[in-house]
Design a protein around this ligand. Structure first.
Ligand SMILES: Nc1ncnc2c1ncn2[C@@H]1O[C@H](COP(=O)(O)OP(=O)(O)O)[C@@H](O)[C@H]1O
Ligand SMILES: [Mg+2]
Length: 246
C-alpha cells in the first residue's frame, strides 16, 4: 500500500506521517517512510533524533550535489538500503531529492519524491510519503500510483483551501482520500473543516499539547506519550488504514 500525506505547510503532515508510520510498524507492518519535504524533518517525528535526522538530510545533499565520491546505486531499492536509516520499531526512512536530473540514469542522484514514491516496490510493506507543502508532488504523480492520500487540514481558511485543492488533485489521480482534521479544539473547528471537506471520509485529531511538546523537544510524539489523545487518534488512524489494506 502506498500512502502520501499532503496539506498546507504547518498543518501537521510530518506529525501525522511520523506517528502513523511508527504505529504501523509497531503493529507488525513493515514501513518505508519517504521524507519528501524540502526541509526534511520526518526523522524527528519518527524518533530518529536530531543528529541522525540532520545526517540523513546531509547524505541527500551529497547525493544531489557531489558528482563523484559516493557509490552510485541503480535502483530506488538499493538507494533505500545504502542511504536510508533505521528509525525505532523498524521503520526504514529515506529522503527524496529536491533536484531533478532525469539523465543521471541512477537510482540515487536527483531521485525526486514523485519518482521515488512511484518506483518503490510496496509489495508486503507500506510506503508512506511525507510530502512538501502544497500540491506540487501530488500533481506530478501518475494516476493510480498512490492508494491513499491523507489530506491534513487545520481549522483555518487557508489550510482548508489547500486541503480542498489537494483533495481535487488526489481524486483526479484515482487515489482514495481521507481527510485528517488536525488540531481540532471544539465543534466549531470541526464544523469549519466539514463545511468544505465533509463529503469525504474524515478522522479527527484533537489539539494536543503533547504533540507540540514533542516537536519542541525533538522527539517522536509516540515516544513522549503514546496515550496522549492526539497520539491515540493517530494510532487509531493507522489501524483504520491497515484494516482497509487487508
Ligand atoms: N494535533 C496537534 N496538536 C498540537 N500541535 C500540533 C498538532 N499537530 C501538529 N502540531 C504542531 O504543529 C506544528 C507543525 O506540525 P508539522 O507536523 O511539522 O507540520 P507540517 O509537516 O505540515 O509542516 C508542529 O510544531 C507540531 O508539533
Ligand atoms: Mg513537514
Amino acid at each position: 500500500m502506498k500512502i502520501a500525506v499532503a496539506g498546507k505547510g504547518g498543518a501537521g503532515k510530518t506529525t501525522v506521517s511520523g506517528t502513523v508510520a511508527r504505529a504501523f510498524a509497531r503493529a507488525g507492518h513493515p514501513v518505508i517512510a519517504v521524507d519528501a519535504d524540502v526541509n526534511p524533518m520526518l526523522g524527528i517525528s519518527l524518533g530518529l533524533g536530531m543528529d541522525a535526522t540532520e545526517s540523513l538530510a546531509a547524505v541527500r545533499q551529497d547525493l544531489d550535489h557531489g558528482d563523484g565520491g559516493h557509490e552510485h546505486v541503480a535502483t530506488v531499492e538499493a538507494m533505500l538500503e545504502r542511504y536510508g536509516a533505521d528509525a525505532p520499531d523498524g521503520v526504514r526512512v529515506v529522503v527524496a531529492s529536491r533536484v531533478d536530473r532525469p539523465d543521471s540514469g541512477c537510482g540515487c542522484c536527483g531521485i525526486t519524491a514523485d519518482r521515488l514514491l512511484g518506483e518503490l516496490e510496496s509489495t508486503g510493506r507500506t510506503v508512506l510519503g511525507d510530502l512538501e507543502a502544497g500540491i506540487g508532488v501530488l500533481a506530478r504523480m501518475g494516476a493510480g500510483s498512490l492508494d491513499v492520500v491523507l489530506v491534513v487540514a487545520n481549522p483555518t481558511p487557508k489550510s482548508i483551501e489547500v486541503a480542498r485543492r489537494a483533495v481535487e488533485t488526489a481524486v483526479a489521480r484515482d487515489s482514495r482520500v481521507l481527510i485528517v482534521a488536525n488540531r481540532v479544539r471544539d465543534d466549531a473547528d470541526l464544523d469549519a473543516i466539514r463545511a468544505v471537506l465533509g463529503e469525504h471520509d474524515l478522522v479527527v485529531i484533537p489539539e494536543d499539547p503533547v504533540i507540540a511538546r514533542a516537536d519542541a523537544e525533538g522527539v517522536a510524539p509516540i515516544d513522549l506519550d503514546a496515550e496522549a489523545p492526539g497520539v491515540r487518534a493517530l494510532v487509531a488512524l493507522s489501524e483504520r488504514l491497515a484494516a482497509q489494506a487487508a
